[in-house]
Design a protein around this ligand. Sequence first.
Ligand code: DGL
Length: 271
Amino acid sequence: MKLKSSAPIGIFDSGIGGLTVAKAINDALPNEQLIYFGDTAHLPYGDKSEAAIQAFSIKIADVLLDKGCKAIVIACNSASSAAYLLLKEYIRDQAIVMNVIDPMVAWVGNQVGNKKVGLIGTKRTVQSNIYLQKFNHLFPHIELHSLATPLLAPMIEEGFYNNRISHDVIWQYLSDPQLNDIQALILACTHYPLIKSEIEKFYQPPIQVLDSSGIVAAQLHQALAKDNLLRQDTAPPRHQFLVSDFTEAFASSAEVFFRSKVRLQLHRLWN
Ligand code: DGL
């Protein structure tokens, strides 16, 4: 199928965490029109089964394909680990499909060298062992130590960061012996860039704290350029932000995640 360069880019997550990726894509590719889908009715994905996340992801892909997206970015580690292969198979040549895991693995494998690297993410992502399998296969010089940190995404969605509670939760998790002596830390959840500076403060002397947003945006840029799919029209694009359930709280946090004005529209996945 011939994709159109003027078509929008679809991006999705369980909620508003993936807006950190959308923001990086908007910074790297300001000409592109974005259609963001936050599956707020089914948040959090991190404690759902693989089958449930696959079903949600297929439904969301249908919405984004209906809107004619030339690329679909799974801006969620939990959905990337549970549903990327299935989505690629389902979407085939109707759009470019990207996840947030492969670009990070490639970046760490090529840039970080021989190191003990820590990783924090949801239960779904950590229990899938997907990062470990990819590092073992592609970059066996990386020694990966992963820890599930399930309180962090709901805490951030509720607006609890840069305060005493987030400080205590972060300190408790990062003190886990599993993460002792790491030389870099992967933030394997798209919500975590919002607490990146708090996480960095924990490490004295500092270590590299890596979030995937910029890395994913750069990879998407490359993929679109390679296929001559960069939008040429310089008229400012009108982004759309869809959510499967709507609350005022989401509407205001969405602006914090995207760092500019966002108007959320309700779009139910099942009627
Ligand atoms: N943003 C999602 C991720 O990257 C996690 C949040 C959730 O549990 O829904 O895994």
